[in-house]
Design a protein around this ligand. Structure first.
Ligand code: GDP
Ligand code: IMO
Ligand code: MG
Length: 429
């Protein structure tokens, strides 16, 4: 059985959590490979809602869940999330949850700097989740990060911490903020280290061992392709690579083993935070989508910006990740619209663009060109097969497949696990 990699094809919140949980029935292991607790993955099971930020969504089904080396881990957020989920009745044991000893730690100064920098930028802010994601990844690349393994090497931890604090206090001084003391952070780490220790492991070794045994591994992406640090709508992006190659980098599996690449896409588009969004609808239609789709951020509670499906972006995301098939989610949200539009190109002045503009400034100026389809005005929730869908809903799906040149493998028609139509099983070649 091959592995499966799940990638968000828009600006995040495509329904990755629901799809990963659904696929996890066949997976033995679920691996997170980038991002941190900026992610908010929702799983609804018999009307009970689970919100996961750091923990792989496989934990809900009691599958071996791995936080890979590409993830940034805030130890306090991790402990808190484990507590919340345990209180919801989940089993989270060191046998089920493994954290890479090489994952980067998010420490309190990262969050502080994230928030303060955003304040400084004023109306030009990125609109980050304020979780310290960017500053933590900067430290990793700047070779001054503390990693999970450093929690257990007291002498080196002090040296690394002093180095990092020295660096960040220069910024904090410049921002007119209170300086941080390495000793305070060190005491905090003394407290969290023993709580996390039982979960820490050599995850590269585990992943390779299990892969060799033929176990099914599911790689769970966070954020979305348009938030990718290299290929997204820079600078309005997150600080990690969110596209498929990162599944290999952030887990250690090796690029030929990431398996079937499933791109998750909403039947429309949303975005939280700032940045260009050509198909954004600042009108009653956008409001209707937000209401019906309950488009409010899991992490920050912010209103998500809503608009029609943008096939220019989707085609780009398909290319970047070599997407093998799409999981189209939230089709039910479009159940009661007279007309449904798909953006097929952009216009600026007399020029037509069929690909993504090179800069966010430019992208802000383009106008979407739409193809309009008739709505279906019928309920799709819980429909069991493609041929039972309303005729116009099926037409919409076929139109998307034709425009992007990629098949739809899964269709989701409600937040609930079971309201999913399987067209092609990603686990079967
Ligand atoms: P993720 O970050 O990609 O995991 O997505 P989020 O959990 O942040 O946001 C997706 C939201 O849509 C969650 O509230 C899900 O419960 C919900 N959802 C997922 N699939 C569907 C669907 O097919 N229909 C509807 N109505 N909601 C869905
Ligand atoms: P999931 O995994 C949607 C957005 C933030 C902001 C930008 C940078 O739930 O799909 P960051 O805190 O990462 O530095 O913020 O990225 N963002 C997300 N948007 N879904 C997410 O994750 C996101 N994670 C970050 O809103 O615009
Ligand atoms: Mg989310």
């Amino acid at each position: 059985m091959p592995n499966v990699t799940v990638i968000g094809c828009q600006w995040g919140d495509e329904g990755k959590g629901k799809i990963v949980d659904w696929l996890a029935r066949k997976a033995d292991i679920v691996v997170r490979f980038q991002g941190g607790h900026n992610a908010g993955h929702t799983i609804v099971l018999n009307k009970k809602t689970y919100k996961l930020s750091l923990l792989p969504s496989g934990i809900i089904r009691g599958k071996l869940s791995i936080i890979g080396n590409g993830v940034v881990v805030d130890p306090l957020a991790l402990i808190n999330e484990i507590d919340i989920l345990k209180n919801q009745g989940l089993k989270i044991t060191p046998e089920l949850l493994k954290i890479s000893y090489s994952a980067t730690l998010i420490l309190p100064y990262h969050q502080l700097i994230d928030v303060e920098r955003e304040k400084q930028k004023g109306k030009n802010k990125i609109g980050t989740t304020g979780r310290g994601i960017g500053p933590a990844y900067e430290d990793r690349i700047g070779r001054r990060a503390l990693r999970v393994c450093d929690l257990y090497d007291i002498e080196n931890r002090k040296i690394f911490l002093n180095n990092a604090v020295l660096h960040h206090n220069i910024t904090l001084k410049g921002l007119g903020k209170k300086l941080i003391k390495a000793s305070d952070i060190n005491s905090l780490l003394d407290k969290v280290a023993p709580i996390i220790e039982p979960f820490v492991d050599d995850t590269v070794e585990i992943i390779h061992r299990e892969n060799k045994k033929g176990k099914n591994i599911l790689f769970e992406g966070a954020q979305g392709s348009l938030l990718d640090i290299d290929y997204g709508t820079y600078p309005y992006v997150t600080s990690s690579n969110t596209i498929a190659p990162q599944a290999a980098i952030g887990s250690g599996i090796g690029p030929s083993n990431i398996g079937y690449i499933l791109g998750i896409t909403k039947a429309y588009t949303t975005r939280v935070g700032n940045g260009p969004f050509p198909t954004e609808l600042n009108d009653q239609i956008g409001e209707k989508i937000r209401k019906k789709g309950n488009e409010f951020g899991v992490v920050t509670g912010r209103k998500r910006r809503c608009g029609w499906l943008d096939s220019v972006l989707l085609k780009y995301a398909v290319k970047l990740s070599s997407i093998n098939g799409i999981a189209l989610t939230k089709l039910d949200v479009l159940d009661n619209f007279k007309e449904i539009k798909i953006c097929v190109s952009y216009k600026l002045g007399d020029k037509i663009f069929k690909t993504l503009p090179t800069s966010a400034v430019f992208m802000n100026k383009v106008q979407p060109i739409y193809e309009t389809l008739e709505g279906w005005n019928a309920c799709t929730k819980g429909v069991e097969s493609l041929n039972k869908l309303p005729k116009n809903a099926l037409k919409y799906i076929k139109k998307i497949e034709k425009i992007i040149g990629t098949d739809i493998s899964l269709l989701s028609t409600s937040p609930e696990r079971e309201d999913t139509i399987l067209i092609k099983d990603p686990f079967i070649k």
